[in-house]
Design a protein around this ligand. Structure first.
Ligand code: UD1
Length: 418
């Protein structure tokens, strides 16, 4: 198992190119199941989750190639409509294969994703949606089996704007002839990116980015070529890193309008920003002013940047509050930050942070992807050496993270633990 060793205290400098979005790439890769034609997806980050998707699509019979951030998918073999436990266990987003499979083959069997480090994470919203299209849902020995003789268009109101459920239902609806409507849909930029792909495939999707999406499905969909949008969470992580450690950083290949809420928050803490459409330059302020956040569905503050903000506020000049509204149990990084000298108290879904002068290096453990990112940031700022264990969580979602951090002035190296 790999760990990162970080020597804290360096100022941030230089320029970092932001990778393609992981959360956009995943549904787009699964949308290739909707067609038997060739699909080419560019700007796909090289990550563990992408490798898992490659394995799952290949297991199902698709022919995949991936290199230089370009992913191509062909269909030369018979498709197996099953997602086994071993692959779903590695990545919860594997559930995104269900909508496309059900739409095209009227059958899919996939392992229940189960719980994970950031809460129970059920899939009831996905399943309720599929039922509305006429699918029959059975549970059998840890597997979900969806089947239908014929699928019919549907009008669905989601009880919560789940990102994954919106994506799964959009993909399904694209291959069901007629007009379907998703109300209370998620509005994340990744939804709009997927809608763009589905339109290239021949469906007519409108309203993506608003809370009501209309999908006019087609009987057959075609292949496509697409460039994935930049990763707003990676961009946000590097912006917070700079504000936290001090210095100046230029971000390239960023979509600034996707992180407006974060940019406003950073300005409130004293950071200085030069914002262009696809480029941002951030300089740290004289001191870090405290500022509260609460995580919300887009365009609110993203839950995937909550851990990084908690690290940031742990050295702010005063008291702040972080409220987590999206996931239960997403404060696993807090105990580790406390071990590094942070003064933080957890009350249900809220943490209260009393800023300290500085953190001290320690051995800490990444419990999930974004918690891991938060700990790297803390280590980069802390006095002394920090060892972040269980780096495999971080490798799921950040492309070449240590190389990018090195380029930004962070003293970091990867080691293999015995
Ligand atoms: C996606 C992102 C993840 C991000 C999250 C919230 C991907 C691959 N992952 O995850 O990085 O943190 O959005 O922005 O894009 N819920 C239910 N029932 C369901 C589905 C969800 O109760 O059927 C709940 C979840 O437990 C959670 C909340 O809804 O509390 C949000 O989940 P959702 O928006 O579905 O997140 P994901 O799509 O899994």
């Amino acid at each position: 198992m790999d760990s990162f060793i970080i020597e804290g205290g360096s100022k941030i400098c230089g320029s970092v190119k932001i990778s393609g979005s992981k959360n956009s790439s995943l549904p787009i890769l699964f949308s290739t199941v909707l067609t038997d034609e060739r699909c080419v997806i560019n700007n796909v980050p090289e990550l563990m989750d992408i490798k898992t998707t490659y394995e799952l699509l290949s297991y199902c019979g698709k022919t995949c190639f991936f290199g230089f951030n370009s992913f191509s998918v062909d269909e030369k073999n018979k498709i197996i409509t099953e997602a086994p436990y071993d692959l779903v266990r590695k990545m919860r987003a594997s559930v995104l294969i269900a909508g496309p499979m059900l739409a095209r083959f009227k059958h899919v069997k996939f392992s229940m994703p189960g719980g994970c480090a950031i809460g129970v994470r059920p899939i009831d919203i996905h399943l309720d949606g599929f039922k509305k299209f006429g699918a029959d849902v059975k549970l059998d020995a840890g597997y979900v089996i969806l089947s239908a003789k014929k699928l019919k268009p549907a009008v669905i109101s989601l009880k919560f704007p789940s990102v994954g459920a919106t994506e799964n239902i959009m993909m399904l609806a694209s291959l069901v002839e007629g007009k379907s409507v998703i109300k209370n849909a998620a509005k994340e930029p990744e939804i709009s990116d997927l809608a763009c792909v589905l339109n290239k495939m021949g469906a007519r999707v409108s309203g993506a980015g608003s809370n009501e999406i209309v999908v006019e499905g087609s009987e057959k969909l075609k292949g496509f070529e697409h460039n994935v949008i930049p990763d707003r969470i990676e961009a946000g992580t590097f912006l917070i890193l700079t504000a936290l450690c001090g210095g100046r950083l230029e971000l390239l290949n960023v979509e600034s309008r996707h992180i407006e809420t974060l940019l406003k928050k950073l300005e409130k803490t004293g950071a200085i920003l030069e914002v262009y459409d696809n480029r941002i330059v951030i300089s740290s302020g004289k001191k870090i002013l405290p500022s509260d956040i609460k995580t919300e569905p887009y365009p609110g503050y993203p839950t995937d940047l909550q851990a990084q903000w908690t690290s940031y506020m742990s050295v702010a000049d005063g008291k702040s509050m972080v409220v987590e509204n999206i996931f239960e149990n997403r404060f696993m990084h807090v105990a580790e930050l406390i071990r590094m000298g942070a003064d933080i108290e957890i009350k249900h879904n809220t943490v209260i942070i009393n800023g300290v002068k500085n953190l001290k290096g320690a051995t800490v453990m990444a419990s999930d992807l974004r918690a891991g990112a938060g700990l790297i940031l803390a280590g980069a700022r802390a006095q002394g050496i920090t060892k972040v264990r269980r780096v495999y969580h971080i490798d799921r979602g950040y492309e070449k993270i240590e190389l990018k951090l090195l380029a930004a002035g962070v003293k970091i190296k990867r080691i293999v633990d015995e």
